[in-house]
Design a protein around this ligand. Structure first.
Ligand code: AMP
Ligand code: GLY
Length: 423
């Protein structure tokens, strides 16, 4: 069985690592992959966004299953193109991926489906948007409609700051077409958590809860990043919330999409805010989260391929997902300077020693091989992951892995999962 994984970050290394353990012993390919995936799969020199290049390779090499990691190819229609070529592909169609690709569409679907979410208004005219700010209390959230590489959300403390963000998006076009429409959204308080749901268009299997750490520094200080670490389970997602998340968030959204003629398959990732007002959806993503995937996949028992196939075939059943009792933590080691500018090509030492620590698995995010040596190749470099009997033990194991690794300028948070201990 041949399986192609599209993408080259920590999420894709975790997917390749999990798929490599499936009992059918698949032959794995990863496009473009990284130094970590190279140990388990054949890396293909095709960018994840290069849908035409991926399709050419796939029509010639006929993978039995393709798993799409990042949002860009999903929003560009890679699943539609592969499916039309008779290739079985895990992920939503282009119309479904708009749940992530357009925050306006996502909000419209949520309102129609009765999904609990923040009040918002949509504008493409700056003057009208700035006038409408008066109807929102501060802090207020300004969001670019389209994909803006995780930078399209501004939490403005004052109306003046909000007006500035609106001006930057609608007039100065700092995000190009992605910012041609903006949402003004009510600010929600609470604690964030991620629920990744596997879906087949109609049925759902919730994966274990997790929590990302978006800020670069300890205690949630400094600028937002792609995610500096994650852990699973996230105790803020208490068991009593799960039926509501399943019914009122995931199933309601799938139903509303079906009403619009969209059969959504793959991962429906709900970014949640859990607070006084209960569970509210901050955003939907159309894919596995990164770094949440690195903390969630190690907790799954049994084969993954049959579950992904059931999502494609419309035969998903919640009992297909079995969760191990252990907790999992992943700590991202990033390049110095990230999320600003950083250098690449820095040699990484201690990977083998880290892998020998109890229950540690080092997922590569931004790495590549240079003359046989693993060097940095991105902002988020490694996702050092460990299981443990409980969260404190998983954290201790993961940091033992981190301490074994050295590269110049390395930075990481020292408080991953700490919020869960304080509950
Ligand atoms: P998004 O890309 O929509 O998830 O936004 C990125 C981050 O901005 C989220 O993870 C939250 O931390 C924050 N955020 C987005 N929307 C809101 C909101 N309505 N209230 C409070 N924080 C928000
Ligand atoms: N961890 C956030 C994301 O994957 O979008």
């Amino acid at each position: 069985m041949k399986v192609l994984v599209i993408g080259g970050g920590g999420r894709e290394h975790a997917l390749v690592w999990k798929l490599a353990q499936d009992s059918c012993q698949p032959q794995l390919f990863c496009a473009p992959g990284n130094a970590g995936t190279a140990a388990l799969a054949t890396n293909l020199p095709i960018a994840a966004e290069d849908v035409a290049g991926l399709l050419t390779w796939a029509t010639q090499n006929r993978p039995d299953l393709t798993v799409v990691g990042p949002e860009a190819p999903l929003c560009a229609g890679v699943v539609d193109a592969f499916t039309a070529a008779g290739l079985r592909t895990f992920g939503p169609c282009q119309a479904g991926a708009r749940l992530e690709g357009s925050k306006q569409f996502s909000k419209e679907v949520m309102l129609a489906a009765g999904v609990p979410t923040a009040r918002a208004a949509t504008f493409s005219d700056a003057t009208m948007a700035i006038q409408a700010l008066q109807q929102f209390r501060t802090p207020v959230v300004i969001k670019a409609d389209g994909l803006a590489a995780g930078k399209g959300v501004v939490i403005a403390a004052t109306h003046a700051e909000a007006a500035e963000a609106i001006q930057a998006m609608l007039v100065e076009k700092v995000f190009g077409a992605a910012g041609a429409t903006v949402l003004i959204e009510e600010f929600l308080e609470g604690e964030e958590a991620s629920i990744l749901a596997l879906v087949d268009g109609e049925h759902v299997a919730l994966l274990p809860s997790s929590q990302d750490h978006k800020r670069i520094f300890d205690d949630d200080q400094g600028p937002n990043t792609g995610g500096m670490g994650a852990y699973s389970p996230a105790p803020v997602v208490t068991p009593d919330l799960l039926p509501l998340i399943r019914e009122r968030v995931i199933l309601a959204t799938l139903r509303e999409l079906r009403r619009r003629g969209i059969i959504y398959k793959g991962v429906l990732y709900a970014g949640l805010m859990i607070g006084k007002q209960g569970v509210q959806v901050l955003e939907f993503n159309c894919r596995f989260g990164d770094p949440e995937t690195e903390a969630v996949l190690p907790r799954l028992a049994g084969d993954l391929i049959p579950v992904l196939q059931a999502c494609i075939d419309g035969t998903l059943d919640e009992s297909m997902v079995r969760v191990r009792p252990e907790a999992c933590t992943t700590v991202v080691m990033a390049a110095g300077g990230y999320p600003g500018t950083y250098t690449k090509g820095t040699p990484i030492h201690g990977l083998a020693a880290a892998a020998q620590q109890t229950d540690v698995c080092v997922f590569h995010a931004g790495t590549t091989l240079h003359n046989g040596e693993v060097v940095t190749a991105g902002g988020r470099v490694l996702a050092v992951t460990a299981l443990g009997a409980d969260l404190p033990q998983a954290v201790a194991h993961a940091y033992a892995g981190v301490r074994a690794i050295r590269f110049e300028g390395a930075q990481y948070r020292t408080d991953i999962a700490r919020r869960a201990f304080n509950r």
